[in-house]
Design a protein around this ligand. Structure first.
Ligand code: 8X3
Length: 283
């Protein structure tokens, strides 16, 4: 639209300042919002909770091991969180998800932003040789767990209006890599579920975003290789991976857009990654 070029007339610093203050203003409405982050004890979940705390949000944080959230609670409050409620939750356990989320204290029941972050990868093996237990854990967490939490939280969002579901996808959902068929399948499923949820929410003000990173340096590879640190380190060899904070930044940015703006997908990689199978390894 020609009209949008009117901004150019503001020139140099005026234009930059209007962009900056517009950004701050739209982030301001995150202040005081209630945000649920699953899988918050480490990596992207932890960084995301902290990033929302910096915006003055109220944080509901859960993970399988609640004791790992104790220190995070202190950090969230120090960072500016309005309040924090931490609890233990294994998203694979449908009965627990239903019970815990339906039983949230009244002042925590109205969730404005749900970050479906809990997810994992197990093994890197040929699909015809892999241990089916690995598949169960990935499918139960990355697909079924995401669905269970969504099923519990979204009806309240629809009833209340303006809210946002942010799902963690992956570049692995776009191009399947060798030995990763089932992990990639779970992320392809996440992509389809995010798209379908957006369609199902048409006519409501509830937004849906899928944030789809490539390689991020977290415990992801250590978990995948069940604690084999040397093997995990090889994944990031001679590459500058994304950091959990890079992803948290994108999540909070998407959540901070004006209410009429729905960011559908954010695909992001390090400069050293082209897609899920193409890397620039230095040296
Ligand atoms: C994580 C990205 O490429 O390590 O979802 O599978 S990758």
């Amino acid at each position: 639209m020609i009209g949008s070029f009117g901004l150019v007339n503001k020139g140099g610093r005026g234009f930059a300042a209007s962009l900056f203050f517009g950004y701050k203003k739209s982030m301001a409405y995150l202040h005081g919002k209630t945000v649920l982050v699953t899988g918050a004890s480490s990596g992207i979940g932890r960084a995301t909770a902290l990033a929302f705390a910096h915006e003055g949000c109220r944080l509901l944080v859960c993970a399988r091991r609640a004791e790992r959230l104790e220190e995070l609670e202190t950090e969230l409050l120090a960072a500016g969180a309005g309040a924090v409620l931490r609890f233990s939750l294994d998203v694979q356990d449908r009965a627990a998800v239903d019970q815990v989320l339906a039983g949230l204290p009244k002042e925590w029941a109205e969730i404005d932003v749900l970050v479906n972050n809990a997810g994992l990868s197990r093994g890197l093996a040929k699909v015809y040789e892999d241990d089916p237990q690995n598949w169960e854990e990935m499918i139960d967490t990355n697909v079924k767990g995401l669905l269970y939490v969504t099923r519990q939280v979204v009806p309240g969002m629809v009833a209340r209006g303006r809210s946002h579901v942010i799902n963690m996808g992956s570049t692995a959902g776009y191009i399947t890599y060798a030995n990763g068929a089932v992990y990639c399948a779970t992320k392809a499923a996440e992509k389809a579920i995010s798209e379908g949820l957006k369609l199902d929410l048409m006519g409501t003000p509830v937004r849906v975003t899928s944030v789809d990173p490539g390689m991020v340096e977290t415990d992801f590879s250590k978990v995948r290789f069940r604690g084999d640190e040397a093997r995990a380190a090889k994944i990031y060899e001679n590459i500058t991976p994304l950091t959990p904070e890079d992803i948290a930044d994108a999540i909070v940015w998407a959540a901070g857009r004006p209410a009429h703006v729905n960011i559908h997908t954010i695909v992001m990689t390090t400069i050293d990654q082209g897609n899920s199978v193409t890397f620039n390894r230095r040296g």
